[in-house]
Write a protein that binds this ligand. Structure first.
Ligand code: AKG
Length: 344
């Protein structure tokens, strides 16, 4: 439970009980990391982006009705109902796949939010924190299968050399996440073992662990219900999936990832080394493949030792955009032979 210190005016960390729960169970649901109003700027920024993109699509003749009367929790669903192609184009635009994606200041403000970082510091046990390259915005639309994520461990997407490392997923619902709207299912106490075999060809290109390869009976999964303002923390080896959205609104969420600065990353590998055509020399590509997820730019979000190196908004944008442009061949993380696992 968050408590605020009046003298420091900054959030206190998680309790030792919460930290122990996370390490024993492989997950932790904290219902009040944020005040729900802390997430309003991100919701508004996403809605503004939808508006901008829809106006462009209307000018291109793709969309007739931009559903300007509908709110953030319903609008994209109506667009998708009118045309699934337009809906998917918008979803892809927002999801944040491969570097570019959604990187408005409001996105960065949530990733670097002190309330979140304090919790991450407690769970990682270090104040040297890197925000992983991989974060995603997920609009799970009512009655559309695309957002249902099959069983997987996040490590299934990362390079094998990072299997034993700790990369914390922070799943941040932008609406109350319920069983009805397709919250996550998490298999507790199974995160100490190996990374299970993942297969390609899951829904919407997701990797998938077959039920028989899961480390425990999937019927033991917990439904990770979480109010807006809360955060679900998971390890990279915690098996999880999510179910269909049977509600009438979009289940918006953001999943963010953090790791200790000691875990391999591409922090300090400067995008200037990639030219405007996305090219760099071979030595650079060898080094860059050291990261747990090489194609996307990691950034230092908190450091007591080197506060001067903490990434500001301008650098975050530059790193994400530059990595997005690169034509590099990232090999290390393609661990499932037939996999094209560049996206989640
Ligand atoms: O948001 C979801 O439905 C699934 C999220 C997920 O699989 C993840 O954050 O790794």
């Amino acid at each position: 439970m968050w408590q605020y210190s009046a003298s420091m005016n900054s959030p206190k960390s998680l309790t030792p009980q919460q930290v122990s729960f996370f390490h024993e169970e492989g997950y932790l649901i904290v219902p009040d990391v944020f005040d729900p109003t802390d997430l309003e700027p991100l919701r508004n920024a996403l809605h503004d982006e939808i508006e901008r993109k829809l106006k462009t699509m209307r000018a291109e003749g793709k969309v007739a009705n931009i559903h300007a009367d509908l709110d953030f929790d319903h609008r994209l669903a109506a667009i998708h109902r009118d045309s699934s192609d337009n809906g998917v184009e918008l979803i892809r635009h927002l999801e944040g796949l491969r570097g570019g994606g959604f990187h408005a200041p409001e996105m960065f403000d949530v990733i670097a939010h002190q309330k979140l970082i304090s919790a991450v510091i407690a769970l990682l046990g270090t104040k040297e924190v890197v925000a992983s390259s991989v974060y995603r915005i997920r609009p799970k639309l009512p009655a559309i299968g695309r957002g249902n994520v099959p069983w997987h461990q996040d490590s299934g997407y990362f390079a094998e050399h990072c299997d034993k490392q700790m990369i914390i997923t922070c799943w941040v619902p932008l609406v109350n996440a319920t069983i009805e709207n397709g919250c996550m299912q998490i298999l507790p106490r199974t995160h100490q073992g190996k990374v299970a075999k993942h297969h390609t060809g899951g829904n919407a290109g997701f990797l998938v662990i077959k039920d028989e390869d899961l480390p425990d009976d999937p019927r033991k999964a917990i439904s990770a219900i979480c109010p807006r303002g809360g955060v679900i923390f998971m390890t990279n080896r915690t098996p999880h999936c999510s179910t269909p959205n049977y509600s009438d609104h979009i289940r918006w969420s953001a999943d963010l990832r953090f790791q200790s600065a000691e875990v391999p990353s591409n922090v300090g590998m400067w995008p200037e080394l990639i030219d405007e055509n996305g090219k760099a020399d071979d030595e650079f590509y060898e080094k860059i493949n050291v990261a747990c997820y090489p194609p996307e730019a990691d950034f230092l979000v908190h450091s007591e030792k080197h506060p001067e190196l903490v990434t500001d908004y301008a650098e975050y944008v530059k790193r994400r955009e530059t990595y997005d442009r690169t034509t590099a061949t990232f090999s290390a993380f393609r661990r499932w032979p037939e996999s094209a696992a560049t996206v989640k």
